[in-house]
Design a protein around this ligand. Structure first.
Ligand SMILES: [Zn+2]
Length: 301
């Protein structure tokens, strides 16, 4: 058996994506586009230092609860279904093709590329993004409208992807449930039939989503999000750019209330991120991506 070099694997991954969707490329010949993405990834990786190891450190706490990947996906789909009952998806197939192409390309850069990743845009003017276990990710129409570049959107999606790969929501449920003294109840419900199992976890999730995750999980998702976006060939400063936009918003503005209530302040997030990035990405040649009007032309065809 011939062993492939890391570079060959990377090239093959990139090629697969380029062929599959003809997206995320700059103008110019196919070879030049290829080279650009490859260089961006190499540059980002060499500058990541300790942050680069974050993706490899995860040891799922949840395993001890007997929740395997198929249950994780089932729990996530249940919650996604109840979320969509309250907030429908935007009726825009081209936009959904686009966000799924972008999102899956980002997810391919992680250690869980094979989850059934699905990305949706909620018909909601507020500014928010959510993830469920198992790989369902939602952003609001209002968030998309405020993105100044594709690399900003890549940063937001990568932050949500990080919550999924690190099982932050599953772990939060475990913590919440344990705090309520219901460890046995969890174990019991994990063993139960699908219907009871689903309704039990949907209830637990509502709690976690309205309260938000631990601050530490949010900071970690920011750090990993930057790494994922950089690996995908995007400007790593996309996510910090979004946090700067948030910094200038009034937390009492209705569209931002939930986000501000469930996350550390944008200033704290930027402080934490700039310590982690520590100039490592300053000479990154990651792309800011294409404009949404160009993308909508590409994906409307
Ligand atoms: Zn988050």
């Amino acid at each position: 058996m011939r062993l492939e070099s890391g570079r060959a694997i990377k090239m093959r991954r990139l090629h697969k994506f380029a062929v599959a969707c003809l997206a995320l490329t700059l103008s110019g010949s196919a070879a030049a586009q290829f080279d650009f993405l490859n260089k961006a990834i190499d540059a980002a990786k060499s500058k990541m230092g300790p942050a680069g190891n974050l993706l490899d450190k995860a040891k799922p706490v949840i395993d001890s609860m007997g929740i395997d990947e198929s249950k994780e996906i089932e729990i996530g789909n249940t919650f996604a279904a109840s979320l969509l009952g309250a907030k429908p998806l935007l009726n825009d197939p081209a936009l959904h093709r686009y966000i799924n192409t972008l999102g899956r390309w980002l997810a391919m850069q992680t250690e869980r590329p094979d989850l059934p990743w699905a990305f949706g845009v909620l018909d909601d003017d507020g500014f928010n993004a959510f993830a469920t276990p198992g790989g369902n990710i939602f952003v609001t129409k209002g968030l998309l409208a405020r993105m100044r570049s594709e690399s900003e959107l890549a940063g937001v999606l990568s932050h949500e992807i990080a919550h999924v790969i690190r099982k932050h929501y599953l772990n939060a449920i475990q913590t919440n449930a344990l705090a309520g003294g219901t460890a046995d109840l969890i174990a019991e419900n994990v063993k139960k039939g699908p219907a009871e199992f689903r309704s039990y976890f949907a209830g637990l999730f509502k709690d976690v989503y309205s309260k938000g995750l631990d601050k530490g999980d949010e900071y970690e998702a920011d750090r990993i999000g930057v790494v994922i976006a950089a690996r995908a060939g995007f400007d790593p400063y996309g996510l910090p750019g979004v946090l700067q936009t948030l910094q200038s918003q009034n937390p009492r503005d209705g569209g931002f209330t939930l986000l501000f209530e469930t996350h550390p302040t944008p200033t704290d997030r930027l402080d934490s991120l700039s310590k982690a990035m520590n100039g490592r990405f300053d000479s990154s040649n990651g792309s800011v991506g294409k404009s949404f009007s160009e993308r909508s032309k590409e994906f409307s065809r």
